[in-house]
Write a protein that binds this ligand. Structure first.
Ligand code: 5GP
Length: 116
């Protein structure tokens, strides 16, 4: 059985997805079960399982992901108001153990809540 993550299989074309962006370090897809009218996932090609598993070696990738989130939010037209979420661990709902940043836009969020 393959040990590749769902997201690695998506970027390899083994599982269909709406890939809206890709570069040498990361790619972005539309979430299959959107929690907001705009719900995108920005994913490093390197399958770092959780944010806490990143090391100093991943510093450039992590910086690149943050810059790319801004770029993708601009492209999606939500750059004036969007939320970025990273779930770290099953205890807060992480279901795919390949680091990813959720971009959530075109949705009204409560200012006093950090949830979806
Ligand atoms: P997590 O809960 O791990 O932070 O987020 C995983 C996300 O991946 C969820 O929002 C879920 O809807 C999304 N997801 C799960 N399977 C697929 C899939 O096959 N394709 C796409 N595009 N998104 C998926």
């Amino acid at each position: 059985m393959s040990e590749e993550t769902l997201f690695t299989r998506i970027i390899k074309g083994e599982i269909p997805a709406d890939i809206i962006y890709e570069d040498e370090h990361c790619f972005a897809i539309r979430d299959i079960a959107p929690k907001a009218p705009t719900h995108l996932l920005v994913i490093p090609r390197k399958p770092i399982p959780r944010l806490v598993d990143a090391t100093a070696e991943d510093k450039a990738i992590l910086g690149h992901l943050m810059l790319t989130v801004g770029e993708i939010a601009r492209q999606a037209g939500v750059d004036e108001a969007f939320r970025v979420v990273i779930n770290n661990g099953a205890g807060v709902g992480q279901t795919v153990f390949h680091l990813h940043l959720h971009i959530l836009g075109n949705k009204k969020f409560s200012e006093d809540s950090l949830g979806f």
